[in-house]
Write a protein of this length. Structure first.
Length: 476
């Protein structure tokens, strides 16, 4: 009989598979390099991070940092937490994982399924902020008795695990013929450990780091991005930049569309960071093909995790459209076209505003007169410059107030107004307007320079699209 003693014995030894369908645009297959994907989603926990969970725990046990009944605390994008949780279940440790709020709901639920506690922190704060998930994890590890933080960002067991397993596997599986190794970079453990091993076997191997736009690792300015589990806003000590020969910077849109291609063309359900790595690998493969050296090259791209954790995000068309990542009919249509179409159809003024000093009763009459549901509010006695817009009113908001207190109609608009409506350039696309409206805004004020051009609502978008799709209006 063949069986493993525990699920931990099944970590590693993931297979390589050739990618031949997503490379069709590169030219004749015989001129291309052999592009092989290492399928880390086939680890028991579904990601490359399974490789580092047990080694970090066992090193802490040997050092006396983690004792029976202790608590493991780690900031994670989800996958490292999963690898640690599997080992912790078998060893009897409590787990608390601290995650940024951009991580998918599936990842949070998955960690809780193993009995772990999950703490959510804001994404868009500096690493040194007390609210960052790094800081919160450190504070919990300090304050909870018997707690230990493996800290994958500084733990030497992270790159060592890949130097002992991932690198040797790739070398053996390719028969030593690998010429290029491509991987996304987060903590840097995977690319540093595997890269060190591979370069030790053959110094000429080119190691390529795939990095999201907005990550500092490739030299970009730190800013928010949506791709999970890859890139950083600081430099982890587990990353050895000297091992990376070149960087390829990848946008969220390109990463997510590449991951979807992997699923639909190769049948590999991949996560967003897999798309990041694939974009970089295809760029390298394309250059080799063009240079005529493709047939002699073997490019291995590491795919770190699977797509099941992202079904509500990159595999959700509505989420993709709301974040401006999936091309739609609105991708090429400007807000100015919608405003012109609406004005032509309804003969409405370009903008209707309320004044802070007018009575609510008059504002309600204005809403009824023009058949609109909301208006910007200006503090200027005349004109409608953007600088004067200080609030907004809506049928919904006024009804709620008037229902509780009918005398509200005798008060001034400035006393009862809601916050100002978000501004959007009139030259923006409908996709951009849709993303803002889907994000919670009830309406937008389109602006040209310092002047408002009109108010855009969800109904306006719907009516415009319906109007364009009507018989006789479709473009060829």
């Amino acid at each position: 009989m063949e069986y493993a003693s525990s699920i931990l014995d099944l970590v590693g030894r993931t297979p390589l598979v050739r990618l031949s369908r997503v490379t069709r645009d590169l030219g004749p297959i015989e001129r291309q390099p052999l592009l092989l994907a290492k399928l880390e989603m086939l680890n028991p926990g579904g990601s490359v991070k399974d490789r580092i969970g047990l080694p970090m725990i066992e090193a802490a046990e040997r050092a006396g940092l983690l004792r029976p009944g202790g608590t493991i605390i780690e900031p994670t994008s989800g996958n490292t937490g999963h690898g640690l949780a599997i080992a912790a279940v078998l060893k009897g440790y409590r787990c608390i994982f601290v995650m940024a709020d951009k991580q998918s709901a599936e990842k949070q639920a998955l960690l809780r399924a193993y009995g772990a506690e999950v703490v959510i922190c804001p994404t868009n704060v500096a690493p040194e902020s007390p609210d960052s998930y790094y800081s919160v994890a450190r504070r919990l590890a300090r304050d909870i008795p018997g707690a230990f933080q493996p800290d994958q960002y500084s733990n030497a067991e992270n790159p060592r695990a890949h130097e002992l397993t991932t690198g040797p596997e790739v070398w053996e599986q390719t028969g030593g013929r690998i010429t290029h190794f491509v991987a996304g970079v987060g903590t840097g453990g995977t690319i540093s450990g595997a890269g060190h091993y591979l370069k030790g076997k053959s110094p000429g191997i080119v190691v390529v780091g795939a990095d999201p736009e907005g990550s500092v690792l490739s030299g970009d300015t730190a800013r928010p991005y949506l791709t999970e589990g890859v890139g950083e806003d600081f430099f982890p000590s587990t990353h050895d930049p000297a091992v990376v020969d070149r960087w390829v910077r990848v946008s969220d849109r390109d990463a997510f569309l590449a991951a979807r291609r992997l699923t639909r063309e190769e049948g590999i359900l991949a996560g967003g960071s897999c798309g990041t790595a694939l974009v970089a690998a295809l760029e390298v493969a394309g250059e080799l093909t063009t240079a005529g050296s493709g047939p002699d090259a073997v490019v291995v791209v590491l795919l770190p995790d699977g797509g099941r954790n992202y079904l509500s995000k990159l595999y959700n068309d509505e989420w993709m459209r709301a974040n401006g990542l999936l091309p739609t009919t609105g991708a090429v249509v400007r807000i100015t076209e919608l405003l012109a179409d609406r004005h032509h159809a309804l003969d409405l003024p370009s903008l209707v505003v309320a004044r802070t000093t007018e009575l609510v009763g008059k504002a309600i009459a204005t809403l009824q007169e023009y058949g609109i549901s909301q208006m910007p509010v200006s503090e200027d006695a005349e004109g409608d410059a953007v600088a004067g817009l200080v609030g907004s009113i809506s049928e919904k908001g006024l009804l709620e107030r008037a229902f509780r207190d009918p005398s509200v109609v005798e008060r001034t608009v400035g006393e009862v107004m809601d916050p100002p409506l978000p501004l959007v350039a009139a030259t923006s696309t409908l996709d951009e307007a849709f993303a803002l409206l889907s994000g919670g805004a009830s309406a937008l004020v389109a602006v040209r320079g310092e002047q408002p051009a009109g108010v855009i609502t969800k109904l306006d978008l719907l009516e415009y699209l319906a109007h364009q799709a009507a018989p006789g209006r479709r473009s060829s």
